[in-house]
Design a protein around this ligand. Structure first.
Ligand SMILES: [Zn+2]
Length: 59
């Protein structure tokens, strides 16, 4: 088990996530450089926020 960097909850690394989790993992690797440090819930939340932000950025 690992401890999430954001919410401090313990989580196990399995890759059965939604499209948002996949997006969050990509953002972690490419943008925030903290891949593997966050639980799926936080990856998902951050991906959703990033998508909203990027969407606003594009308009
Ligand atoms: Zn978390």
């Amino acid at each position: 088990m690992k401890t999430c960097h954001i919410c401090k909850k313990e989580f196990s690394e399995d890759s059965s996530g939604s499209v948002f989790v996949e997006a969050g993992e990509w953002l972690s690797e490419e943008l925030w450089l903290d891949a593997g440090e966050l639980c799926q819930q936080c990856l998902e939340n951050r991906a959703k926020l990033a998508m909203m932000y990027l969407h606003e950025y594009n308009t």
